[in-house]
Design a protein around this ligand. Structure first.
Ligand code: V07
Length: 239
């Protein structure tokens, strides 16, 4: 029946701390295993023909965690690219990091900028990390940018429309792929946690009890097949 195409998939990678706790290990072990699973799932998405994978890795609210944990998380991009950059290049993956990058520690900032630079000419899957990201802050920043243009007489109030708002979000450079078709959240939680509030207007949601480090390619494939059979209306009516 239905045959939805999945171009943009977004994932909230939840359950890493709980996974570690279940194994009687400290939280950072869960984060480390979670990081390793990012590579598996990225390659699986590529095989499934997905064009953009957006991963929610660190929110602007996560700074409230214990400072040792924050320091560990801020070092994960360093580890990630040290370990996986050759595979990303081999698979023609383009890396993007979407968030408030000016607030990152210097080393982390450099590493994520380098990764974007090194993969800039790759033409395959876009691996888009939401990193130090918060959706309400994103909407505030977009509003400020637009208001500034109006104040400077570069725009008129009547020029403000959905298209303009979309282009001023941090996903704006993804063009017609800026809105995810499907959002997956692992670990049984069913909430958005300040993720892509504007972009998820017509997105399909899928929740799984699997914790992120144990979420496999097979779990993903099952959810994607299920998505392809769904009936999407985008707010319209059936003909
Ligand atoms: C993080 C592993 C995945 C589960 C979520 C919690 C821990 C990869 C990254 C990353 C981020 C930006 C980037 C490259 C890699 C990452 C954080 C946490 C904060 F450019 N995994 N991962 N960042 N975890």
């Amino acid at each position: 029946m239905e045959n939805n195409s999945l171009k943009h998939l977004a994932i909230i990678m939840d359950g890493n701390g709980r996974y570690a706790k279940n194994m009687g290990k400290p939280r950072f072990v869960g984060h480390q295993l979670g990081m390793e699973n990012v590579e598996n799932i990225t390659l699986a998405c590529d095989e499934l023909g997905i064009k953009v994978l957006t991963l929610y890795a660190f929110s602007t609210e996560n700074w409230a965690r214990p400072k040792e944990e924050v320091a560990f998380l801020m070092n994960l991009p360093v580890k990630f690219f040290n370990k996986f950059m050759p595979t990303l290049m081999k698979n023609n993956v383009r890396v993007k990091i979407m968030g408030f990058l000016d607030q990152l520690p210097e080393k982390t900032y450099q590493v994520v900028q380098d990764a974007m630079e090194q993969t800039r000419n790759n033409t395959g899957l876009v691996l888009n990390f939401a990193f130090n990201y918060g959706s309400r802050k994103e909407i505030v920043a977009a509003t400020q940018a637009i208001a500034q243009k109006v104040a400077d007489h570069e725009l008129q109030v009547s020029d403000i429309d959905e298209e303009l708002l979309s282009r001023n979000m941090l996903t704006g450079d993804l063009g017609d792929l800026s809105d995810p078709d499907l959002l997956i959240r692992t670990s049984g939680e069913e909430r958005l946690s300040n993720f892509l509030l504007w972009q998820l207007a017509y997105t399909e949601f899928a929740f799984t009890d699997k914790l992120w480090p144990e979420f496999t390619k097979e779990d993903l494939t099952k959810i994607v097949q299920d998505f392809q059979k769904r009936h999407r209306r985008f707010g319209g009516l059936d003909k």
